[in-house]
Design a protein around this ligand. Sequence first.
Ligand code: SF4
Length: 616
Amino acid sequence: MAQLLKTLEEILPRVEKPARYWGGEWNQVKKDWQAVPIHMALCFPDIYEVGMSHLGSKILYHVVNARSDALMERVYAPWVDMEKELRAADLPLFSLETKTPLAGFDLVGFTLQYEMTYTNVLNMLDLAGIPLRAAERGEGDPFVLAGGPCAFNPEPLAPFLDFVVLGEGEEVLGEILDLARDWKARRGARADFLTAVAAVPGVYVPAFYDVAYRLDGTVAAVRPNRPGVPERVRKRVVRDFDKVTFPERPVVPFLDVVHDRVMLELFRGCARGCRFCQAGMIYRPVREKDMATLLAQAEKLLKNTGYGEISLASLSSLDYSHIAELIDALVNQYGTEGVRVSLPSLRADSFAVEQARKVHEVRRSSLTFAPEAGSQRLRNVINKNVTEGDLLATVETAAEAGWNAFKLYFMLGLPTETDDDVLGIVELARKVANLKPQGGRITRVTVSTSNFVPKPHTPFQWEGQVEREELRRRQLLVHERLKGKRLEHRWHEPEQSFLEAVFSKGDRRTAAALERAWRLGCRLDGWSEHFRFDLWQQAFQETGLDPTFYANRKPAAGETLPWDHLDPGVSKEFLLQERERALSGERTPDCSRERCSACGVCPALDIPIRRRGETK
Ligand code: SF4
């Protein structure tokens, strides 16, 4: 340890932002390593500034460290300069709190938020000296686990993971830690722990399942290869979200991070039913916190951190049943102390503008809306409940209230999209730019176009991504027409979206290409300056995998999908029905406000069906 610290002191002055690797922040939890039996590392496979902005990590850090028999320490992916220094000094990747090498932990847990971080997972394991593949790990090596949204199809990472947690970590982790503590006290064998953990509902041990393939390359079946392992692993969720433990003392970073503020989580889930949105499907059902709970948590969060901003963080925060009262209460209570309330996303209606006004968002000067598609036809296909009239009226009201810059988010390549839909984006942006608000003005309209990526467990899981060249043509179609003094266009590179689609829909065979790409030097793929598509192409070629099979192919409705053995509670029948409704342009209402659309998750998880605001 002394040697590690000495070397670190030599290295850190040479790297950008040394605080990324030093820890010691306000509210960090540093326990006596020897006094605690179970040691778990929370690995975020991206850099510190991104990881420190992730609410789920803050929750897990709090949940584990609240136990007297366990500790959790943080580890982030090093930036390229630090990786170079670590490798040159032969220094293993270490935790921020006690600078313990990652390989010294009992459990090494990764949160998988985005497919483009997968090479970072491999790189972090390698930098830690932990055998990459689960099958190569022996007694004394840590167990490598993963959770998060991408865990709902972890197959591209399956050979590298000992186990996977499906659903809300705070619900499952306690049982895993209990097992680990008892197993360690018994000095059990590695295989015993894996057998025990596979019996925990919500836990998936990839090595306990065999995948068979058909001659055409599709999956024939995924079956347990031993008794006592469930055919399908169902996700776990917190039933009473009001009672769930919440991090009231989050770590306060020394450097600017992406979301540098406290976050108040109003509810879990989203029932709007956008058909492209994986979060909307896998985090169902909607579960809200009481307002009194939220106000008490807000007070503690602000007092314990000293932050001057509180963000209302949920998938669509303005859908909270008591949002107007909550905002009023927070502004009245803390506004005079200079504390700002912020809304991460706005829907396109006057209510949203009114709430944004109350929290003085106008000081930020720019408002963001996400119509997602340029025509009403396509918005019906994706079940996005925004009309052109809504958007124009909302922007006008907002401009009259003082905002002058607007950001509009769209997706290109959505199922059934035609050039008319693409040109509709341009038309809509121009209409926004040409509004003449009374007493206000619109100085800038920024159109951001990302590329549609079909996601597992959504009604569009049976879709293929539009080919890269075609996506680029559609991007250009928008770009060339979005010229004008007040119009700006930003877009995502089709190559990055293509890889996201490959690993979003990938099966176990894609792990070989992932490993090869990492060995060729791919890492930090989500950062365009480090993204090397040429190396990825080489990796696919060398491993004999056709990436278009995963990204661009439309699976047949009856096909076994690589993630079918993982169950988010939403039924496949519902997803198929939603796909049919999409193709015929039929909308499905928000089940938390109107009728239940029978997605299956409430009965599957034995959670009562309730409208928003209904008391428990
Ligand atoms: S079962 Fe019904 S109420 Fe529950 S999330 Fe699904 S659609 Fe909504």
